[in-house]
Design a protein around this ligand. Structure first.
Ligand SMILES: C[S@@+](CC[C@H](N)C(=O)[O-])C[C@H]1O[C@@H](n2cnc3c(N)ncnc32)[C@H](O)[C@@H]1O
Length: 429
């Protein structure tokens, strides 16, 4: 079935869920609620509030909101408790940690007022405003624009404008008073299907380029699967950065003009969430000369490195090989090997115990000899069906192992691995 571009206006289910809370009595009830205590506690609380005479529609909206705020803590931490949310808006919102990196980039480029074109519930706009930047937030969905207005209430320099981005683009760069622009196009159709093609997102890629031509300091968030050369034909200077949080690739961002660093077409930003230390590690395509891939399987070293997804997506696996003093296993495969053990957030290190050409019989014998009863299987460039392989191996024994099924110097191999012992942190490139 053909569906139109993502985010086409449709009756918003959010409107009904937030409208009662935009009235003073609704907001007061919401603010007086205890923290969300699960569905049973919420049901009991709802019954009590209705018995005390509260309007059932207001109670329902406030309890929904309380549940959404609890869910939003994963993205917004303690700020979630003061936010207004819609289920769709929360799902699409940029998490605070990542939005803070976006905002910092605008500030570092000297921007003072940024247009957030399709601001949703305001995840990115809040981060921009909290760094002291003025924000012109544009959103076409009425309920979502109202929610963003509530979420931006602490920052008088942030205004929400209910409009279609396509109708305001022509004013940008002329009299809109902005020196930066941010777009996070909707990537879901009205029917809820995911849209991977940036040309079919809303606003579409053509609008992103149109904005970037009018406002050179433009950034646009995209699905992680976008091609690396997406901006190449535009004639605009651009850097695409892939971002991961705790190993999950959450976005690619195309940074244009002064937001793109000269000579950097691709980069990877590897983040740990605040609960896991909050570190940020950046890798660039211009950082290091890429070493050649292995010429023979004999060259497999004592360690295998499985690079973070943001590194793989950005095509910077060769730079990781340079960082750890190693080589790619194969020119077309995103695994690195080295005799050195270094600790880097950019890749997970495994100690290699044995390497041999792939063959089921040899694999079964070796695992049996070692008493391996459970395996983690990693694979790249291998057509093996992992579940079928597990069944055929008929594993038994007290030990665990990691099997890596991949191509080494052009031929299918198995690497039998175990977790590497902690290594000294990598301090210099
Ligand atoms: C992915 S969300 C933005 C999320 C936001 N960055 C955040 O962190 O909360 C995209 C938003 O763009 C809005 N949108 C899509 N097309 C639009 C258009 N042509 N004009 C204005 N808003 C639009 C959608 O309604 C949706 O709320």
């Amino acid at each position: 079935m053909h569906e139109g571009p993502a985010g086409e206006p449709a009756p918003s289910p959010s409107a009904a869920s937030v409208a009662p809370l935009l009235r003073p009595e609704g907001w007061a009830l919401l603010e007086a609620l205890p923290p969300y205590g699960g569905p049973d506690a919420a049901m009991a609380l709802g019954e009590r509030l209705r018995a005390e005479g509260a309007d059932p529609a207001v109670v329902a909206a406030a309890l929904t909101q309380s549940r959404l705020r609890a869910r939003a803590e994963a993205k917004f931490g303690p700020f979630a408790a003061g936010m207004l949310l819609t289920a769709e808006g929360l799902e699409q919102a940029t998490r605070l940690q990542v939005a803070a990196h976006h905002a910092q980039r605008f500030r570092d480029a000297g921007c003072t007022r940024v247009a957030d074109l399709g601001c949703g519930i305001g995840g990115d706009a809040m981060a921009l405003a909290s760094l002291g930047l003025g924000v012109l937030a544009v959103e076409r969905d009425e309920a979502t624009a109202a929610v963003a207005t509530v979420n931006l209430r602490h920052w008088p320099e942030a205004q929400v404008h209910r409009a279609d981005v396509l109708d305001v683009v022509a004013e940008l760069g002329r009299d809109a008073g902005v020196d930066g622009a941010w777009l996070d196009p909707a990537r879901r159709t009205a029917a809820g299907r995911r849209v991977l093609d940036p040309h079919r997102a809303s606003p579409p890629w053509s609008t992103v380029l149109d904005v970037a031509r009018r406002v050179p300091a433009t950034g646009a968030k995209l699905a992680p699967g976008v091609p690396r050369d997406l901006a190449a034909g535009s004639g605009l200077p651009a850097e695409v950065q892939w971002v991961s949080v705790d190993g999950d690739v959450v976005e690619a961002v195309c940074w244009f003009g002064p937001l793109a660093r000269p000579g950097r077409a691709a980069s990877a930003l590897v983040l740990r969430s605040p609960g896991r230390g909050g570190a940020a590690t950046l890798l660039d395509d211009a950082d290091l000369p890429v070493p050649p891939a292995l010429a023979s399987p004999d060259g497999v070293g004592a360690y295998l490195y499985d690079p973070d997804g943001a590194v793989v997506r950005s095509g910077l696996v060769g730079q990781v090989a340079a960082l750890v003093g190693g080589s790619l296993l194969d020119p077309t495969i995103a695994y690195v090997t080295s005799d050195r053990l270094v600790s880097t957030p950019l890749a997970r290190a495994l100690a290699v115990e044995e390497v041999w050409p792939f063959g089921l019989k040899a694999l079964r014998t070796r695992l049996r000899d070692r008493g391996v009863g459970a395996v983690e299987v990693l694979k790249r460039g291998s057509a093996v069906d992992v579940e079928q392989l597990r069944r055929s191996l008929r594993l038994a024994g007290p030990h665990r192992a990691t099997l890596v099924l991949t191509r080494v110097a052009g031929r299918q191999h198995v690497l039998l691995c175990r977790p590497a012992a902690p290594a000294p942190a990598l301090t210099a490139g």
